[in-house]
Design a protein around this ligand. Structure first.
Ligand code: DGY
Length: 329
């Protein structure tokens, strides 16, 4: 072992090339078996490490940081970083990085595909066919709702939200309405024909509502029973953001009672567990948190996380810091 080189933990299985690249700079402890560490195990594995390569599944909070005061950077292979307690990072001067931009278009493709699958009842009808229940053509068999020309509602108009809006407006002639913490500049709204509306209007007017906002204490259960009650009975709801933004119990009930037509979910409260109320209803498309999962994009995410880790520990400038203020200290 080279005592001069910083030690890093690669907390989950990742592309072997990425691990090899890190080995050129660091003493690397990796996890090729992809063991899911408990918090105690993660804390222990981080002992003596200057950096960590994590995914959205590893929670790094004040306790983990306090047990590892030598830790200088956590490079998260995800654009979302709700698994990192950024306030705790800031007060301890630890850098957090994420992987924005490289997954925007891939995630938007998937969000749009999920929304279409819900609107046109693709999963539900496929299950019907596989069960051998298809015996004839019928005029009203699996009739859904149109996507083209419909009103696309976006809650959370960041990079991915805008990319979904672009697909809807330019590809499918949709009217785009959105709600966000801050309104886009007119030159960003204009090419999308996007209209900023309050949340209640968004819920009332969307034919297809897509959630793309970050998960924070403020966005916890941003869509619950009260919000679902405002939606059209013909509407669909798609979530490619984070579990916990939707109250899954309330959504299961709304779908069962057909208070909205359908939903499509890539993320869940307490995933990988999925609330039984969602598993029981036919009118929901369920996927296992794969919106960014193309080979090319996952490679780009891994490379960007590695770029951040290498730069942070070798005197470079990390390309995508979450809390750049700690670099200035
Ligand atoms: C992200 O990048 O945040 C995706 O959800 C993968 O975790």
């Amino acid at each position: 072992m080279d005592a001069e080189r910083p030690r890093v933990l690669v907390a989950r299985a990742v592309f072997p090339e990425t691990v090899e690249r890190l080995r050129a700079h660091f003493e690397v402890e990796d996890n090729p078996g992809d063991v899911l560490f408990t918090k105690a195990q993660l804390t222990e594995r981080l002992r003596g490490k200057a950096g960590a390569f994590t995914t959205g599944s590893e929670r790094v909070d004040a306790q983990v940081l306090d047990a590892n005061p030598q830790l200088r950077v956590v490079a998260n292979m995800a654009v979302g970083y709700n698994n990192l307690d950024i306030d705790a990072f800031n007060t301890r001067g630890v850098l957090a990085t994420n992987t924005p931009d490289v997954l925007t278009e891939t995630t938007a493709d998937f969000g749009f595909a999920l929304m279409m699958a819900a609107a046109r009842r693709m999963a539900e009808s496929e299950h019907f066919l596989r069960r051998g229940e298809w015996t004839r053509w019928r005029y009203d068999m699996f009739t859904g709702s149109d996507v083209h020309g419909a009103t696309l509602g976006i809650l959370g108009m960041g990079r991915i939200g805008q990319a979904i809006a672009r697909r809807g407006a330019l590809g499918f002639g949709m009217r785009v309405i959105y709600h966000n913490r801050s309104r886009l500049a007119p030159e960003q709204e204009a090419p999308l024909g996007a209209h900023y509306v309050d949340k209640a209007t968004l819920l009332r007017e969307s034919d297809h509502l897509v959630l793309v906002l970050p998960y924070t204490a403020q966005s916890h259960h941003a869509i619950g029973a009260a919000e679902l009650a405002l939606m059209k009975s013909t509407a669909t709801l798609t979530n490619v953001a984070r579990g916990g933004i939707v109250d899954d119990v309330a959504l299961g009930q709304a779908l069962r009672e057909r208070r909205i037509a359908a939903a499509a979910l890539d993320v869940f409260e307490g995933e990988p567990a999925v609330h039984p109320g969602l598993l029981e209803v036919p009118n929901v498309v369920l996927t296992p948190h794969i919106a960014s999962a193309t080979v090319a994009t996952r490679r780009r995410m891994a490379e960007l996380a590695a770029d951040n880790l290498i730069a942070a520990l070798t005197g470079g400038v990390p390309p995508t810091p979450v809390n750049p203020q700690v670099l200035r200290r």
